[in-house]
Design a protein around this ligand. Structure first.
Ligand code: AMP
Length: 477
């Protein structure tokens, strides 16, 4: 595989202009009206390769202009009648809609007919439109495979096929479906594969479905996969401080639009309600919502009517919204790839962005692993609170959260053992009453500094050791 590495993200290589790609004049009109003044580095590099009819593996994350990088030469071939049909496969409905929108805006003066195909809606219209002769199909894998398998779109034989965000497809378990889809597509095609990361199964897929591809990697000078226009920092906090920390950050950061990522759907709902109650302009986005609700939430966010989007990874995958100044990780993601994808929602098209992650001491080591794997530079920070006062008694909800989030300390186990003579119920009621009498202290700072984090890590490791010993003791009893 022949490899070109564009080492400086957002640095031009040859200083080409859009006029030098031999594009159809109607396509250039679309480019002009979209406000694209000059090609981005990935566009400058891959457009000539695609124009040349070669297969391509492009390692680039969202925000680099990769949709236009494949969309423009693809539509140019259709506009110039070199080919008749093209297929773009994306992992999610949201990304499919987004890619369709971008293709529509760039290609509308060429009169190219595009359709977006995904599950959860009726088959009839999609089949009718494809068979009527649309030129570009942007589809998610599940529905596309169904249509091919049921023999509903036999006449749709794309001459160019683009797999977008292939690593996301892998994460979402679509790889087998992708391979199946390719059994229905003619061999004499041009195939392009884009992926933010290149895990082994994606390399294998590339060698199966591509022919002598060129390999383009758009990476920054000091990083492998994360975008260096995004400033990344993190706060090490107590579990019970998460809500307070996010509120303080939203109050103190100069945000335009921001996204807060949560791991769970119910966390999205809970945090959204909390932020709304605190007077923030927020909306939640996750997969349990109806498709139409999701679309109107994204639309309102895109238009800037909603400023804060609280979302799960899957719901916000591939989301391309302009002017997202901040990505907050309310919890760290499950894996490094998700981290790259999450923070790629900001710092788009060369604009600056901030990615801020909240971690508990337990999660800190997980964050270090992500940091190492994605080669990201992340800065530890703390939030200074001006008000160093004492608030009212702890309320019901706070206590519930504190109890659920609290790590069981070795001393607690010993203490309970020593109170064996007291009725268990009465004992619990007394302890809880004690907690209700506690005043909620407002710290002078949210987040620990490096020394504190290191000493907490040490004592955390000791606690873990003791907890394991206690567990073993308990099991033996
Ligand atoms: P993408 O990486 O395809 O998700 O694109 C990120 C954003 O950059 C989208 O909003 C595009 O419309 C925009 N974009 C793509 N190419 C250019 C360009 N050459 N100049 C300015 N903006 C661009």
């Amino acid at each position: 595989m022949y490899q070109i590495v564009v080492t400086l993200l957002f640095c031009k290589v040859n200083n080409l202009t859009f006029n030098e790609f031999d594009f159809h004049k109607d396509l250039l009109k679309g480019v002009k009206i979209a406000g694209f003044k000059e090609p981005s580095p990935i566009q400058e590099t891959v457009i000539p390769i695609i124009n040349n009819g070669e297969d391509l593996v492009g390692q680039a994350h969202t925000g680099t202009g990769k949709t236009a990088a494949f969309g423009l030469p693809m539509m140019n071939k259709i506009a110039k009648k070199e080919i008749e049909r093209a297929l773009v496969i994306t992992p999610t409905r949201e990304l499919a809609t987004q890619v369709s929108d971008e293709l529509y805006h760039l290609g509308r003066f060429c009169g190219i007919r595009t359709i977006t195909v995904y599950g959860g809606v009726g088959y009839g219209r999609q089949i009718a439109l494809i068979n009527k002769g649309v030129q570009v199909v942007v589809a998610t894998p599940g529905r596309l495979k169904d249509l091919y398998k049921k023999g509903k779109i036999d006449s749709f034989n794309p001459e160019i096929v683009i797999l977008d965000e292939a690593d996301e497809m892998l994460d979402m378990g679509f790889l087998e479906e992708i391979k199946e889809i390719f059994e229905y597509i003619p061999q004499n095609r041009q195939t392009l594969l884009f992926s933010a990361t290149m895990p082994e199964p994606i390399k294998e897929l590339a060698s199966e479905i591509l022919t002598n591809p060129q390999f383009i990697s758009v990476v920054g000078q000091d990083e492998s996969t994360t975008n260096n226009v995004i400033k990344q920092r993190y706060y090490v906090i107590n579990e019970s401080q998460r809500d307070e920390a996010i509120v303080k950050l939203l109050e103190t950061e100069k945000t335009n639009k921001s996204i807060i990522f949560c791991r769970m759907k119910r966390e999205v709902d809970r945090l959204t309600e909390h932020l709304l109650a605190m007077g923030f302009n927020a909306a939640g986005l996750h997969g349990d919502l109806e498709q139409s609700d999701r679309e109107s939430i994204v639309k309102a966010y895109r238009r800037g009517e909603t400023k804060i989007m609280v979302a799960t990874d899957v719901a916000a995958r591939g989301l391309d919204v302009k002017n997202v100044t901040h990505v907050f990780n309310f919890h760290i993601p499950f894996d490094p790839q998700s981290y790259v994808h999450r923070i790629g929602r900001t710092g788009r098209a060369g604009k600056a962005g901030k990615a801020i992650t909240l971690v508990s001491t337990e999660e800190f080591r997980e964050l270090q692993r992500i940091q190492k794997e994605v080669g990201a530079e992340m800065r530890l920070a703390t939030i200074e609170l001006k008000d160093n006062s004492v608030e009212d008694n702890i309320d019901f909800d706070t206590l519930e959260k504190m109890v659920r989030d609290t790590y069981i300390h070795e001393e607690a186990v010993n203490f309970i053992d020593s109170m064996e003579d007291m009725d268990y119920h009465e004992f619990v009621e007394r302890v809880v009453s004690l907690l209700f009498q506690e005043k909620k202290r407002v710290n002078g700072q949210i987040g620990y500094d490096l020394d504190a984090v290191n000493s907490m890590l040490e004592s955390y490791q000791d606690e873990q050791k003791v907890a394991r010993q206690n567990n073993r003791k308990r099991k033996k009893r």
